[in-house]
Design a binder for this molecule. Structure first.
Ligand code: ADP
Ligand code: ASP
Ligand code: MG
Length: 411
């Protein structure tokens, strides 16, 4: 018999009826003799509602108090699910992150898991109980409640699976697996039976929010078998696997990710001298703003245009810093755009195929989409464009790289 850690996301526990349906699903696994540790998210919309309340009081909520507040969403669902399990005749116990001793560092709102004690959970499992753990939260050394960043219940699930050496970590959600791109944007997206960790990591970091990026990092590092499945229908879902398959039909591109969360800033006409990049970016990083893409162009007149992207939430702060830097460096102008999007193609097949980037650029040119920035790695190509072309770009690339589902019904 196996030990499964099953994580159920917000939509899957969004109503009392859905919580009851999840309990029934868990019962089917118990009836087959499997041990189950469940991780749940807050009911869908609840975390946003709580953040909204906090922002009515403080524009930038106090991080410690923010964590105390937003962690309550998951406390509601662990207890309701345990009640639903008990009413089906199963023995179950709910635990908050602190109770189950998920120890994290002290970086409120984006804490990292450092250690998990498994004794308590093992005792419960040994006594035939289903263990129900609140996702997204932990406790630091001083006993403060911490949270793991949006979407963090995925990471709780994977971390528990790693600590318990579970046979599989199953992420149950509102789609039946990982698709070639977000099926809510491209109807013809196809579900993948398998995807490599490496590809999933790129997809997650480039904007596919089906799994929180840290959960994929964790699963890769601790070799946790990870599967994404539907809470609402049966099926094998998508296995995130360590092996790269060597089949002839393996597509060059496995998926397309997109992200509207970024903004672009440019310093025009700054002197092209050693140390300029560091003088521009050091104050930005000192302000705790993460920089994603960077492009620098040197002009004939010994000046340079320096462009970089940041999270859209940091745009105003970064722009203010940049204005000061521009004055200091004697640059010509400082401009910005927060209506951009990043579209990326991802696939390990790229390593062995030439011409992937140029096919991407030709496809976008055929749609008259202007590329503003480009960045590449061994298994991805990302481009920045005006946000208004994003969906068109994703659809065009999805077709161009033969990812569209073929028609099942015609006429
Ligand atoms: P949960 O609340 O269960 O954690 P999320 O909303 O975080 O669910 O993640 C599931 C959503 O991820 C889907 O509804 C889908 O719209 C989105 N998504 C984005 N990219 C993909 C992709 N490549 N494959 C599947 N789903 C994707
Ligand atoms: N409830 C948290 C969020 O909405 C964590 C999660 O759902 O994974 O971000
Ligand atoms: Mg999620």
């Amino acid at each position: 018999m196996a030990l499964y850690v099953q994580k159920y996301g917000g939509t899957s526990v969004g109503t009392v009826e859905r919580i009851q349906a999840v309990a029934e699903k868990i019962k089917r696994f118990r009836d087959q003799g499997h041990d189950i540790v469940v991780v749940v998210s807050a009911m869908s919309g609840e975390t946003n509602r709580l953040i909204g309340l906090a922002k009515e009081i403080q524009e930038t909520p106090d991080p410690r108090e923010y964590d105390v507040l937003v962690s309550t969403g998951e406390q509601v669902t662990i207890s309701l699910l345990s009640m639903a399990l008990k009413s089906l005749g199963l023995d179950a116990r709910s635990y908050t992150g602190a109770q189950v001793r998920i120890k994290t560092d002290s970086s409120h709102t984006k804490a990292r898991i450092e250690d998990i004690q498994t004794d308590l959970m093992r005792q419960d499992l040994g006594a035939g109980r289903v263990v129900v753990v609140a996702g997204f939260q932990g406790m630091d050394d001083d006993g403060n409640i911490t949270t793991l960043g949006r979407g963090g219940s995925d990471t709780t699930g994977v971390a528990l699976a790693a600590a318990l050496k579970a046979d599989e970590c199953q992420i149950y959600t509102d789609v039946d697996g990982v698709y070639t791109t977000d099926p809510r944007v491209v109807e013809r997206a196809q579900r993948l039976d398998k995807i490599t960790f490496e590809e999933m990591l790129e997809m997650a970091s480039l904007g596919s929010k089906v799994l929180q990026i840290r959960s994929v990092e964790f699963a890769g590092k601790y070799k946790v078998p990870l599967r994404v499945l539907s809470s609402f229908q049966d099926g094998g879902g998508t296995l995130i696997s360590t092996e790269e398959e060597d089949t002839v039909e393996k597509p060059i591109i496995s998926g397309i990710a997109f992200n509207r969360d970024e903004a672009k800033l440019t310093l025009l006409g700054v002197p092209d001298l050693p140390g300029v990049a560091s003088r521009i970016l050091a104050p930005v990083s000192d302000a705790n703003i993460e920089v994603d893409m960077i492009v620098q162009n040197v002009a004939a007149d010994q000046t340079t245009d320096f462009t970089f992207t940041v999270h859209r939430n940091d745009y105003d702060k970064a722009f203010a810093i940049l204005k000061e830097i521009n004055a200091m460096l004697g640059g010509r102008e400082c401009v910005g755009d927060n209506k951009i999007a990043k579209v990326s193609i991802v696939g390990v097949g790229m390593r062995s195929h030439a011409g992937v980037a140029s096919k991407m650029f030709t496809t976008l040119a055929d749609e008259n989409i202007n590329i503003q920035m480009i960045s590449t790695s061994e298994i991805k190509v990302s481009v920045v464009m005006s946000e208004k072309y994003m969906e068109l770009a994703v659809r065009a690339l999805h077709s161009a790289f033969d990812l569209d589902k073929s028609d099942t019904v015609t006429g």
